[in-house]
Design a protein around this ligand. Structure first.
Ligand SMILES: Cc1cc2nc3c(=O)[nH]c(=O)nc-3n(C[C@H](O)[C@H](O)[C@H](O)COP(=O)(O)OP(=O)(O)OC[C@H]3O[C@@H](n4cnc5c(N)ncnc54)[C@H](O)[C@@H]3O)c2cc1C
Ligand SMILES: *[C@@H]1O[C@H](CO)[C@@H](O)[C@H](O)[C@H]1NC(C)=O
Ligand SMILES: *[C@@H]1O[C@H](CO)[C@@H](O)[C@H](O)[C@H]1NC(C)=O
Ligand SMILES: *[C@@H]1O[C@H](CO)[C@@H](O)[C@H](O)[C@H]1NC(C)=O
Ligand SMILES: *[C@@H]1O[C@H](CO)[C@@H](O)[C@H](O)[C@H]1NC(C)=O
Ligand SMILES: *[C@@H]1O[C@H](CO)[C@@H](O)[C@H](O)[C@H]1NC(C)=O
Ligand SMILES: *[C@@H]1O[C@H](CO)[C@@H](O)[C@H](O)[C@H]1NC(C)=O
Ligand SMILES: *[C@@H]1O[C@H](CO)[C@@H](O)[C@H](O)[C@H]1NC(C)=O
Ligand SMILES: *[C@@H]1O[C@H](CO)[C@@H](O)[C@H](O)[C@H]1NC(C)=O
Length: 537
């Protein structure tokens, strides 16, 4: 425990500034007990809150905590654990937790799917409580109006499954990995194979329910358009606890076509990746072609070491239409009929998630996933990277520490160009050719190894600088990267400090987010290492 959380937030800050004040064990216990009493006595309670409260004494505390940890790098045993985890089964439990955390000077971390790259939904350096939405995950699909109400604790796999269960001609445009939670994903943007046709998950939101800093339960109408705007790309965790989203479903044909073709450097890989940059963002918006880049045989000295570019595609139609389209726009890739597989949209969800087609669709309801140790980063590219730039990039893949390095190039254009930058906080629209996702995972659990891989990623990021967006160099908030900057959990963050991550993530929308934040949460209760700061006072 680093601080005396019996102090009011203001005094708490002063004590942080002057020196750390170390509480006695007795203070911590009293604090804790009083918080738990507050929860159970809270007037909003439906009466059942004790069954959703886990203290460190509960035998299932660790398993509840670990269940939605996705990045083992940030959940090491030496990292702080929450004092309490609440898994609300009713909105009133969220209201009580927000109210009691606030009155007891405890920070709240909100977790839906737990996929935050830096673990900000489950780790904090000050005494904290996790609101884990795992029990609030109902999904109501309305096929008459082609909409759905989705509770924030649902995963995108559950969303896809529930939509497909009701209709074969509607879909929802969001990410690839089925265990990603909609609480974080939709509030930070959320993109996948339908992005060029329909935009982001956040672009489909037409209503939302949220518990604000005063414990009030709001919908679009009562929260107002500013707050409703902010949570569709600005990250929910700076503004309140999102309880549910209402979204539009989008049309898809009964048959879609997928293909994956791998090309090594000996198979003209460099030329194909180079050409792709000017093809994929411009091609018919029914066609999405992304590239996964990996090293193959990187440690072999026998000359078989190479880079593999895996062109992975979804076409909203049949093979007969896809082939002429590829022949016309990208003949060099050499797509043949036997590369193409026709299937339903929901089957394509399994395909892109790397799940065998033989598995039952119910696998999409499985929330169990293994935590891996990883570091991610992102970039946006506005001008094609020259072949020499790509060749330099390949060299990075061969460095020792890069065996599990993977880059994903995801094309923009299409519908993304039609949505103006300010319509949602997510600013990366027209003018972007593609997004780069950098990911590296490793097996060693010690801090020194982690640091080596992280340093490798920083050098790679440095190498890419001349080839990517500038002033600001843009980044995707859902690929959270604390290297951009952090406010160290501070109550007050200067604009200059916060702009180090605020401008890359939100560009010109950052100022409006600061205004919304200042008006809905003026005491900065909902905060984390990269939350939206308050206006200068
Ligand atoms: C394996 C993997 C694959 C991914 N694939 C894609 C992809 O294809 N496309 C894509 O766009 N992104 C992808 N992402 C990134 C993903 O969109 C983000 O990590 C997203 O924020 C995860 O949401 P979550 O609810 O699972 O995460 P959490 O860790 O639970 O939350 C992430 C952030 O949102 C906040 N938050 C969560 N729930 C709420 C809520 N109910 N109210 C308010 N704030 C909330 C958290 O406090 C935290 O700050 C992927 C991530 C991983 C790990
Ligand atoms: C956790 O333990 C407390 C008592 O220590 C109990 O009141 C509470 O119901 C337990 N929570 C769960 C979810 O079992
Ligand atoms: C946890 O258990 C210890 C003793 O095992 C007890 O002193 C403490 O009060 C308990 N805390 C809670 C929150 O139940
Ligand atoms: C469709 O929307 C209308 C208008 O909002 C509503 O009255 C109707 O109940 C909805 N249909 C279903 C099946 O919920
Ligand atoms: C939360 O606490 C505030 C202030 O104590 C109170 O006005 C409000 O009614 C509480 N909210 C709920 C939902 O109980
Ligand atoms: C492409 O390469 C990946 C490994 O990088 C492999 O899993 C996949 O089966 C290959 N696909 C085809 C169509 O060869
Ligand atoms: C590489 O490209 C050249 C020129 O376009 C072509 O002649 C050759 O067949 C291609 N090689 C492979 C393996 O596709
Ligand atoms: C990797 O090396 C093995 C063994 O030499 C070889 O069979 C394989 O084709 C190589 N992979 C690639 C993509 O060249
Ligand atoms: C869910 O997924 C996990 C991890 O992949 C797996 O171990 C488990 O068997 C799956 N459970 C079911 C019911 O399929």
């Amino acid at each position: 425990m680093k601080s005396n959380h019996l102090l009011t937030p203001h005094l708490f800050l002063v004590s942080l500034l002057l020196s750390f004040s170390w509480p006695t064990l007795g203070d911590t216990h009293r604090q804790h007990d009083s918080f738990l009493q507050c929860l159970s006595r809270h007037p909003s309670n439906a009466g059942s809150i004790s069954s959703v409260i886990y203290t460190q004494n509960n035998s299932s505390f660790s398993s509840v905590f670990e269940f939605s940890v996705r990045n083992a790098r940030v959940s090491t045993p030496t990292n702080p654990r929450p004092l309490v985890i609440v898994t609300p089964s009713h909105v009133s439990h969220i209201q009580a937790t927000v109210n009691c955390s606030r009155s007891h000077g405890l920070q709240v971390r909100i977790r839906s799917g737990g996929h935050d790259y830096e673990g900000l939904s489950y780790v904090s350096q000050v005494p904290f409580v996790i609101i884990d939405l795992i029990n609030l995950r109902s999904i109501d699909v309305d096929t008459e109006n082609n909409t759905a109400w989705i509770q924030a604790g649902a995963t995108i796999g559950e969303v896809y499954y529930r939509v497909a269960e009701k209709t074969a001609t509607r879909a929802f445009p969001a990410g690839i990995c089925p265990t990603v939670g909609v609480g974080g994903h939709f509030s930070g943007g959320g993109y996948g194979m339908l992005m060029r046709k329909y935009g982001l998950a956040a672009d489909q939101i037409i209503d939302a329910e949220l518990v604000d800093v005063n414990g009030k339960f709001l919908d679009r109408n009562s929260m107002g358009e500013d707050l409703f705007w902010a949570i569709r790309g600005g990250g929910g965790a700076s503004f309140g606890v999102v309880v549910a989203w209402k979204v539009k479903l989008v049309p898809v044909p009964l048959t879609v076509t997928v293909f994956t073709v791998n090309r090594t450097l000996a198979e003209n890989g460099t030329m194909l990746v180079h050409k792709w940059q000017s093809v994929a963002p411009k091609i018919n918006e029914d066609l999405y072609i992304r590239i996964f880049l990996r090293a193959v045989n990187s440690s072999r000295q026998d000359g078989t070491r190479t880079i593999q570019a895996s062109f992975t595609s979804l076409y909203l139609g049949g093979t007969d239409e896809l082939l002429p389209l590829m022949q016309e726009s990208f003949p060099e890739l050499g797509i043949a009929r036997q590369d193409c597989i026709e299937m339903s949209w929901i089957q394509s969800i399994l395909y892109f998630a790397g799940i065998p087609q033989s598995e039952p669709l119910e696998i999409l309801l499985n929330r169990t996933a293994t935590a891996i140790i990883f570091k991610g980063k992102s970039d946006y590219v506005t001008k094609p990277i020259p072949e020499t730039g790509l060749e330099g990039l390949w060299q990075r893949f061969y460095e020792d520490k890069s065996k599990s390095l993977e880059l994903i190039f995801s094309p923009y254009g299409g519908n993304m160009d039609d949505i103006r930058e300010w319509e949602t906080p997510y600013p990366h629209r027209a003018g972007n050719l593609f997004n780069i996702h950098y990911g590296i995972a490793w097996g060693e659990e010690d801090v020194a190894s982690s640091q080596r891989y992280i340093n490798f990623m920083r050098r790679l990021y440095g190498y890419m600088e001349p080839y990517v967006s500038k002033s600001p160099r843009r980044a995707y908030m859902n690929y959270r990267d604390l290297d951009l900057g952090t406010n160290n959990n501070g109550v007050y963050t200067s604009y200059k400090q916060a702009s180090r991550w605020g401008l890359p993530y939100f560009n010109n929308n950052f100022n409006r987010l600061i205004h919304v934040k200042s008006s809905v949460d003026p005491d900065n209760f909902f905060r984390h290492e990269q939350s939206i700061p308050l206006l200068r006072r």
